[in-house]
Design a protein around this ligand. Structure first.
Ligand code: AMP
Length: 302
């Protein structure tokens, strides 16, 4: 069972207290697809510029990511530049260049339209909506967004929210979207906008999951050194949705295990710049971090 992912495939310039990189491969769809590839196959709908390294697409394809929905636009790739504060929970966006994203008109190849599990990664909400309209057998549609779209395209974000099942956003976005500072109250307001389930990512403080009458919390793994938090949110979502696409039914227990998988992947990606750590990961690395999470959260006393 495949996972359909729409989002950006980008070239990032990143500054963190640990250093600085330029032209680092990133983007919401790239992080999500690479993270999901450890659970099962996925299919990506995105646009890259004519400056985007072909070799990176080949490496993604070699990991089981179907790229027949990726088009090469006429012009430079989407570019994002950001600088993290000393505490790594806050960052400033220095520059966003949409470039080929302005030409993007996502057309799903026929075989993509039948995919049941979909992650609408962070991208223009009008494009998320265009993909939603082409789906023929949707079972679980999750969505992410960010302050850039809440500032510039809020009405479109609200239209998407009315259509989806699961929203995955960070705490600041939840506050901005709801107008509530308290996250429990924010969750109540947001779920009235459409999504029955809501995951709020809280950086180094982990994730809160709201579903029906229950709330579930998963900590982030306490790391001694974080190199670069870029893409942790997309990696979390990709890990989570990759797991759910394989699990099939969305039970409360499956959602919790998916959150664990997402948290494992996110805790790993921040250990190097960009997606570098994800490329080199082995199943043993993932299993070891998974067991570390089991020990971290075991309060029954093992
Ligand atoms: P995250 O750290 O999870 O928010 O994701 C960072 C990634 O999002 C980077 O690789 C950027 O290329 C990408 N990104 C930044 N701004 C946007 C935007 N406005 N729309 C879509 N993707 C973005």
């Amino acid at each position: 069972m495949s996972l359909l992912i729409i989002g950006t495939v980008a070239m990032d310039n990143i500054e963190t207290p640990a250093g600085k990189v330029t032209d680092e491969i990133g983007g919401s769809a790239a992080y999500a697809a690479l993270a999901a590839s450890f659970s099962g196959p996925s299919a990506v709908v995105a646009i890259v510029g004519n400056d985007f390294p072909r070799e990176v697409l080949d490496r993604l394809a070699a990991r089981g990511v179907d790229l027949s929905g990726v088009t090469v636009g006429d012009g430079p790739s989407f570019r994002w530049s950001g600088r993290y504060h000393e505490n790594l929970n806050n960052r400033d966006t220095l520059d966003t260049q949409l470039n080929v994203l302005t030409q993007f008109n996502p057309q799903l190849p026929p075989q993509y339209r039948k995919i049941e599990h979909v992650f609408l990664g962070n991208i223009d909400p009008e494009l998320q909506m265009a993909v939603l309209k082409q789906l023929e057998r949707r079972k679980l549609v999750a969505c992410d967004t960010m302050n850039f779209w809440l500032d510039n395209a809020r009405p479109s974000v609200l239209k998407v929210l009315a259509e989806i099942d699961l929203l995955i956003i960070n705490d600041e976005e939840a506050r901005q979207l709801s107008g509530e500072h308290n996250l429990v109250r924010a969750a109540r307001v947001i779920r009235r906008m459409g999504p029955k389930r809501l995951l709020i990512k809280r950086g180094e403080y982990g994730v809160l999951a709201f579903e029906e009458d229950s709330v579930f919390a998963m900590p982030a793994y306490p790391l001694e050194e974080v190199f670069d938090p870029t893409g942790a949110g997309d990696t979390f979502a990709g890990g989570c949705m990759g797991y759910l696409a394989q699990a099939g039914a969305l039970s409360p227990a499956a959602l919790r295990r998916a959150i664990a998988q997402g948290s494992v992947m996110a805790s790993l990606v921040v250990e190097r710049f960009g997606m570098q750590r994800l490329w080199e990961l082995s199943r043993a690395d993932i299993e070891a971090r998974y067991q570390a999470f089991v020990r971290l959260t075991d309060f029954h006393g093992a």
